[in-house]
Design a protein. Sequence first.
Length: 136
Amino acid sequence: MTRERLYLAMLAGWVLLTLTLTSIPNPEFAPSFPGADTLAHFGFYGVAGFLFVLWRRESGRGAAAAVLSAAVFAALLGAVDEVHQRWIPGRSAELLDWVADFAGGTAGGFCAAVAASTIPFLLTRKNQPAPRAVTD
């Protein structure tokens, strides 16, 4: 399995897990502190954005294009998920949750772009960013 396919499979699995968890009707777990729900949205979509950028970078996209694509992906996926939750008992569609989804996906994507440029083994050699010249 190529690394590109591995990152895509990890992304698909993470999205499936996220959508499965948001489909649980009348969840009995409650946030233990104010803002925990928003933080959970940010974190779950942050991981999705991170994996999305690794997948796109491994497929040959530039860092900026990959981060922008991850932001759009998070916005669309978050919107679909929020609308979908309107029909799940005990769930609701919330604008603040969508904002957290979008922000998390964008932040995760940015972190992946930075990580890929500083941690060489995240991308195969052909997709590594060119090393910067050190000047004094």
